[in-house]
Design a protein around this ligand. Structure first.
Ligand SMILES: [Zn+2]
Ligand SMILES: [Zn+2]
Length: 152
């Protein structure tokens, strides 16, 4: 059984007296009324009825509630974050025209093509050629291994 107070809802202590009557007591409410934290018996952080924890436990409970809210509202929070990011991007753009990622990459490539020295060009070309050969050898090796496995 649970305490009927909406604020409390703690498990009740049930005792049966000598006449066979059940007596339900809420140890949590007793502690709360005495001005103690319902979890660890330290002084409460607030004298109000709703301040049922001490400072440490209140922080822990708040964190717990936050995590629970996040877990229960993943979609909503994701959408909110998306809108927030979009707004921030718009503000950062500050009225300038929208440029797509492809356009920006093309622009950068054009700029790089115009501003490369011949040595840099040569280095890039040789690197590309090496990478191609490496891929070729890797493919060959892979094929050999597969053939080897099939034969067994
Ligand atoms: Zn209670
Ligand atoms: Zn506490």
């Amino acid at each position: 059984m649970r305490c009927e107070k909406a604020l409390c809802r703690a498990a009740l202590e049930i005792t049966i007296d000598r006449l066979g009557r059940t007596i339900a007591r809420c140890p949590t409410c007793t502690r709360r009324r005495a001005g103690r934290c319902v979890q660890c018996n330290a002084p409460r952080w607030s004298k109000h009825a709703w301040g049922k924890y001490c400072t440490t436990c209140a922080k822990a409970a708040n964190d717990r509630a936050g995590r629970k809210y996040q877990a229960n509202n993943v979609e909503v929070l994701r959408e909110k974050a998306r809108l927030r990011m979009a707004k921030r991007r718009q503000q950062a753009r500050a009225g300038r025209a929208l440029v797509s990622g492809t356009e920006r990459a093309a622009h950068l490539n054009r700029w790089l093509a115009e501003h490369r020295t011949p040595e840099q060009r040569k280095a890039i070309a040789s690197h590309a050629s090496k990478a191609r050969w490496q891929k070729f050898y890797q493919r060959q090796m892979l094929r050999k291994m597969q053939e080897h496995q099939e034969r067994r």
